[in-house]
Structures are given as structure tokens and as C-alpha cells.
Design a protein around this ligand. Sequence first.
Ligand SMILES: *Cc1c(COP(=O)(O)O)cnc(C)c1O
Length: 225
Amino acid sequence: MRVAVNFEQIKQQIINACLRAKRNPEEVKVIAVTKYVSTDRASEALDAGIINLGENRDEGLLQKWEVLKDKPTWHYIGSLQTRKVKNIINKVEYIHSLDRISLAEEINKRAEQKVKCLVQVNVSGEESKHGLSSEEAVIFIESLHKFEKIRVEGLMTMAPLTNDEKQIRECFRKLRELRDQVQALELDYAPCTELSMGMSNDYVIAIEEGATMVRIGTALVGEDG
Ligand SMILES: *Cc1c(COP(=O)(O)O)cnc(C)c1O
């Protein structure tokens, strides 16, 4: 596995997708999802020039954090149990899976400074997926005003499990429209500029539809080793 080679190829794909969509490639952050791989591989990603690392479990994050500390910018991308907040808070800069008030309360209670949160939306409506419906998401974000440690930087979603590109694109487009709707509310605690969407198989489509954060595991750092 040569992370640097993969990263170069992915960067080129991002540039091409941005050209098609008339976007600036600098708007797109690449998050290397290291959940399947070792700390050594995560370290190789940093050496390749990757800044953002994503983990979806507290164990994986803590193990790597012990070694890498705050060299990377850490993103917590998995569903987060309330009782686990204390393990990861004040280590991660972004939490991509805010989806309920009880979780917001716990984050607010434990955080030493403002936490950049993304609200997870289940756009596709698949039952297996976490996140709020689009309608619920707006009401939820409005109700976060009372938590002074929470800043809603944007929205996150996962595409439906399908090979149908049209369905995937539709999902990402809907998240972008929802982001625009939240932005229009002009809430000071919810600038909502970020769109975290797109993984190894669909990040190009996500960028064409406006993604500002792509979460790439397999295609970037591999799935073992
Ligand atoms: C695992 C994971 C990813 C990365 O998946 P790949 O298909 O390996 O790129 C992205 N986002 C979330 C929330 C994940 O759990």
C-alpha cells in the first residue's frame, strides 16, 4: 500500500470533478478514514500530506491518538453513544454524527471549548442508517441554540446502498439543498457551510454535488495493514 500514490490519484479526481462542477478544489477536504488500518498506516497518511483523519469507534481513535496526538485534525465519523462522549471529546475537532438532543447535551457538558459538529441526516431513509430525516434536521438544529459549546458547521450523510448513480446523486443533491435551507436561517451557532458526503465509491459524485468533506477509507489507506 502506498498511501501517497493513492492520494495523488484521488487529488487528481477531485480536481477533475471540481472542473466539471465549476468549483474550487481548495473547498474540498479529504478525510482519510483509518478505521480499518493500523497506526503505522495512519502515520503514513500524515507523511503523504494528509491532515484530516477519521475514526468511527472510540477504541480506534484512542489507540491512534496515543501515538499521533494532535498532529492530525481528528474527525469522529461514526454513530456515537452518549456514554462514550467523554472518551473522545477534547481530542476530536469535528463530530460528524450529531443526531439527538441527549448527545448534544453530553457534548455540551464535557467540552472544554466549542466543538465543530455536523448533523447527520438520513436522506435516503434507509432503515439501517442513522440520522434524522430532512424535516427533523431543521427543527433539531433550531433547538441547539441553548448549547453554547456546539457549533453546527454543516451536515453529513451516507448514500444509499446501491449502484444506481442517479439515486446516489439525488441523495447528495438533497443534502446540499437542506444545507442551503439551514444557511438561510442565519443562525449564529449554525453557519452550516460544510457538506460531509462521499466515500471511496461515490466521492466524485459527492464533489460534483457540492461536498466540502469527503471521507475516504479503502481507496486511500486500504482496508487492512
Ligand atoms: C468507513 C466509513 C467511511 C469510509 O468508507 P470507504 O468506503 O472505505 O471509503 C466513510 N464514512 C463513514 C461514516 C464510515 O463509517
